[in-house]
Unconditional design. Sequence first.
Length: 170
Amino acid sequence: MTLDEGQKQKVTGWIEEGLKLSEIQKRLDAELGVRMTYIEVRLLVDDLKLVPKDPAPVNPVEFGSPHAPAGAPDEQEAVIPDDEADAPTTAEEEGRTGTARVSVTVDEIARPGSLVSGSVTFSDGNSAVWYLDQYGRLGLAPQKQGYKPSAIDLQAFQIELQNRMAKMGF
């Protein structure tokens, strides 16, 4: 579907306002009577050479891994403050300064049966393989049988994974 210049200007304004593609899709239908699929809206925005704005994070997360090897831009580390209710339970965790350090990587080629996959190393040094299947279900397979990460580590992992997926367009 082709839009006239006035309609393209409206789409440009919506992008500048910070609307998401799904919101633009709804506005095109409601305000202009133009029905488009999500992919058509995405292609339209691309054709107009516009870049949707990333929303500001609700809870700022610090990134950067002082222990990451050089040339590993694919790894980032999430730092999440400790809540009073989730106090560390082991002596090793108590030695930490109230933060959960979780390193998440994304595989270049997804594992069979998954849309996207990768690995995670938790603050206690244990690691696991994670995957997201076609139904949007997140799976976690720890390398050490029976291992369960702390609630803080899981929260840090989910936040970091969500940020990585957003950067990848998921």
